[in-house]
Write a protein that binds this ligand. Structure first.
Ligand code: HPA
Length: 275
């Protein structure tokens, strides 16, 4: 067997031992400062990443490092409280391993969240943005021998972010009186924030928000045929001018994400209830 597949199966088998064979329907990735949603889960099993065979350790600020299994909005879900980033030094295969493990466990939908910089200068700190598409400036995690067990060599990305889930989320937000933006997320490697010249470039090519995650996970989920919904919390507005006096800061990012977490949680919960 392909050693990469063996690693995924080992992790999935270990998890199933812990859940007593229960398989999640929905997978959730909670980004920086957004771990709060985990509190809303009626958790049955909490597994630290450090215990799961072949998993990396979550070292990023605002990321706890637990896989949580339990019930949310009437569905058995698994939530990643903290994710892995390419900038932590892990190869893409390890960054995205949990997504393949969730796919192997049988999830039928993946919800991803992140903290992001607002490239779109009409955005404000604390805004929620439904991701309608992305631009990838990270290495593609699908490079290498195809995982034929999961999907085809060439993954279509026309509607990478599921159009029905987007429509449902917009309706949920409107009904709850929660304003939401919709836009294009640009994923770059980090860990440095963007220069104003890069910010102007990213705006010019059509991006609305920028971050250091999510895109690899979405590529792998789509390769596995799992429908995806994504949401960014705008935690800072990207500087277009070198003379800007408000500098980007990791602690501000986590604080702003935390402040927006309740609104995002409500949308995620109702979206899960609707699928
Ligand atoms: N840039 C990249 N990643 C981020 C940012 C940003 O401004 N804010 C939160 N994550």
């Amino acid at each position: 067997m392909d050693t990469r597949v063996k690693k995924i199966r080992e992790a999935a088998a270990f998890i199933l031992e812990q859940t007593g064979g229960k398989k999640p329907e929905v997978g959730i990735v909670l980004g920086s400062g957004l771990g709060k949603l985990a509190d809303a889960i009626d958790a049955e099993v909490v597994i630290p990443y450090a215990k799961i065979p072949n998993f990396a350790r979550s070292t990023a600020i605002g990321h706890k490092g637990n896989f949580i299994f339990g019930t949310l909005a009437g569905k058995y879900v698994c939530a990643m409280q903290g994710r892995f980033h390419y900038y932590e030094g892990y190869p893409m295969e390890r960054v995205t391993l949990p997504i393949r493990v969730m796919a192997a466990l049988g999830i039928r939908t993946l919800l991803v969240s992140n903290a992001a910089g607002g490239l779109n200068q009409t955005f404000s700190v604390g805004d929620l943005m439904i991701i309608r598409d992305h631009i990838n400036l990270l290495p593609n995690p699908l490079i290498g021998k195809n995982f034929a067990e999961f999907g085809e060599r060439f993954t279509d990305m026309t509607a990478a972010y599921d159009l029905d889930l987007i429509a449902k989320a917009e309706a949920i937000a409107a009904k709850a009186g929660i304003p939401v933006r919709k836009g294009v997320y640009l994923g770059n490697t980090g860990p440095s924030y963007e220069t104003p010249a890069e910010v102007r470039f990213y705006i010019a090519i059509g991006a609305d928000a920028v971050g250091m995650s999510t895109v690899p996970e979405v590529l792998v989920a789509r390769h596995c045929g799992v429908p995806v919904f994504g949401m960014s919390v705008i935690t800072n507005i990207s500087n277009t001018d070198n003379a800007s006096t408000v500098l980007n800061d990791g602690d501000d990012v986590v604080r702003a994400a935390d402040a927006a977490a309740d609104r995002m949680c409500l949308i995620f919960k109702e979206l899960i209830a609707s699928i």
